[in-house]
Structures are given as C-alpha cells and as structure tokens.
Design a protein. Structure first.
Length: 241
C-alpha cells in the first residue's frame, strides 16, 4: 500500500523539463502583454491628467469671465489684470519665472537641461521653445502647471497635466488654448482659425507624420473630441505611442 502511494506521488510530480517549458511559456506571454499593459496605463494617466487640468482651467475661468469679459471692448482681453485674476483663481504653488528668472525657469520645469530643449512635438521630435504660445511657468499643488499671456497679437493659455514629470510633449501632457475674441470663450487650438493664427491643419499640427516644430499645438481640439487625428477607428489616447 505504501509502495503504491509512492508510485502515485512520483507519477504526479512535474519534471524539471516541464517546469522549464511552463516558465518559458509564461515568459513569452509576459513579454508580449506587459508592454501593452504599461502603454495602456500610461495613456490612461495622460488622459486623466488632461481632463483634470482642463476641468481646473474651466473652473478658474468662471469668476474671471464675469469680472472682465463684459467690460472688454470688442472682446479685447489683453489686460494684464485679466491673467492676474485668472491665476488668483488657482492655488498657485510656485511661479518659476519669479523664483528662477529668465532661462532658469525652463530648467526648473524640466523643459531644458540648461543647454538643450527637452520639449518634444507630437511626433516625439525634439523642438525649441514654442515662442509666442509660451510654456507653463506656474506650478500647482497637484504637480500640474499652467501659464499664459497676451503675446504676438493673441491670448494664450497652456496647461501641463503633470508639470516637470514629463514627457513634456505637445499633445501628450502639454495643451494649448486661445480665447475667442467674439464668443469670449476658451478655444482649443486646432479648432479653426484663431485670429491670424491657425493650427487647424491636422496634417501639420497634430499628426505623427508631421515634422513641424509646432506639431501638437493643434491637438487640444482632438483631445477634447477624443478622436485620433490619424486613425478614426481609435480614440485620441489610443493613438499615442
């Protein structure tokens, strides 16, 4: 009876070869699925961050709209006190321009290493400071950032959903808005013309196939629509690399 039990126990055990084959299969499956899972998680983080930052911006604009928009002649919103009031609607943790001054703010925000720009376009091309639309300079307590000013004959507002963490890429965590001079409402770049600025050419300003330095500035419109600009079968966040 003990002999039979020993035989059964011996026959029920896995051999070393079987264990190694099983581990190999698990390894192959993990190698195939883990990168996809990580990518999906990263996209979810970016999507959540964008929605949170956009919601914070629209809420911050509510008291400012009532205070300033009605007194603006022909929708002109150039006044510095408009932006000051907008920033007062936020809980600003730090103004990196005041604390760093000049070029140092780009280093503090993670947009530069002191010599090179670390900002990237929607197609992951390293690009310089976007110039007129500017980069965020105000840090918020949750780690996100915001910025804006009247510059180059237009009003700009920019949000960075995760601040200095990166990827510091247009259309990923950095999104741009204007203020429509007629409707006096927030205008996502990429939605038609904005003054004499126009980032609505999707093939240039929101496409993985574009090499333009400003590629990504027109992606705000697509992010809000949640439509992939290069593939209509995907959501906006699904088409990110």
């Amino acid at each position: 009876m003990n002999i039979n039990r020993k035989i059964r126990e011996k026959n029920s055990a896995f051999t070393l070869a079987e264990v190694l084959i099983t581990l190999g299969i698990i390894g192959v499956v993990a190698a195939m699925t883990i990168p996809t899972l990580i990518s999906k998680y990263q996209h979810l983080v970016l999507e959540t961050g964008f929605k949170k930052s956009y919601s914070a911006l629209t809420k911050a604009l509510i008291p400012v709209q009532f205070e300033f928009y009605g007194s603006m002649n022909n929708g002109d919103i150039r006044r510095t006190d408009f932006y000051n009031a907008l920033w007062d609607s936020y809980k600003i943790s730090k103004d990196t321009v005041e604390s760093s001054g000049g070029y140092g703010t780009f280093i503090e925000m993670g947009y530069s290493d002191g010599k090179n720009s670390l900002v990237r376009s929607y197609s992951s091309k390293n690009v310089p400071n976007p110039g007129c639309p500017q980069l965020p300079h105000l840090l918020l307590p949750d780690g996100s950032a915001v910025g804006g000013m009247y510059n180059c004959s237009a009003n700009w507002i920019v949000i960075d959903s995760n601040g200095k963490k990166g990827p510091n890429t247009f259309g990923y965590d950095i999104f741009y808005f204007g203020i429509d001079s007629t409707t006096k409402k927030l205008k996502p770049l990429g939605e038609g013309a904005y003054g004499y600025w126009n980032f609505a050419d999707q093939s240039t300003y929101c496409s993985k196939n574009s090499d333009n330095d400003m590629n990504g500035l027109g992606c705000t419109y697509w992010a809000l629509k949640n439509k992939c600009p290069d593939d209509e079968t995907k959501t906006y966040w699904q088409c990110l690399d």
